[in-house]
Design a protein around this ligand. Structure first.
Ligand code: GRF
Length: 204
């Protein structure tokens, strides 16, 4: 099987990026992270990439007339690197139809709640403040709507009475770091088949 070339998009800390890098050191994702892209030149994720000799690119949106122009520039880099899979890991922008169209069913995202509950940028805090007893993590394909595409893996995280928001956050991240590499690996092994919006996981 041909190894996939992966680009990770991250706007900030990049702990999920790190989990993916580590998974490929200890085991095998079935693909290689060849590019880390950020819209934030200060993102710690870029430092992580450099440390592991992965190409790190940051482009600031403010230099462009609109998102379309911005993404045209990103697309050039994706083509240059012959990227097969885009993995969003804390990327704080909604992608436009430009990249989504070009990478249809080849973009993954991780969301820190059990979709379709608690969509948006504050999934952890929103679930905690709501008083839900169980939330979790979702890895899904990306389509044009926010936190909406077909679901690949979900894992529950329970909120106990003495959890603080910080404790709960930690529990969520721990689960994220476990299931995101698994989902990426399934993609790289060509084991994900989308039927309408249901994702079938094919046997090895
Ligand atoms: C994660 O909680 C992820 O679910 C959300 O953004 C956060 C990114 O964290 N989409 P990190 O930058 O990977 O540490």
């Amino acid at each position: 099987m041909i190894r996939k070339k992966i680009a990770v998009f991250a706007s900030g800390f990049g702990s999920n990026l790190q989990a993916l890098i580590d998974y490929n050191t200890d085991g095998d994702l079935g693909g290689d992270i060849v590019l880390v892209f950020s819209n934030n030149t200060e993102a710690f994720a870029l430092k992580r990439a450099k440390k592991h000799s992965i190409r790190a690119e940051a482009i600031d949106l403010s230099g462009f007339a609109d998102r379309q122009e911005f993404e045209t520039e990103i697309l050039k880099i994706l083509k240059e690197e012959e990227i097969d899979l885009v993995v969003l890991a804390g990327y704080m922008f909604l992608l436009t139809p430009l990249i989504i169209g070009e990478y249809k069913n080849r973009i993954l995202n991780i969301h820190p709640a059990l979709l379709p509950s608690f969509k948006g940028t504050h999934g952890i805090k929103d679930a905690f403040d709501y008083g839900t007893r169980v939330s979790g993590v979702t890895v899904h394909f990306v389509d044009a709507e926010l936190d909406n595409g077909p679901i690949i893996i979900q894992a529950p995280v329970f909120i106990s009475q003495d959890d603080t928001l910080e404790k709960f956050e930690e529990k969520i991240h721990k689960v994220e770091h476990k299931i995101y590499p698994q989902a990426v690996r399934l993609f790289c092994e060509d084991r994900l088949k989308i039927n309408n919006r249901k994702v079938e996981i094919l046997p090895e």
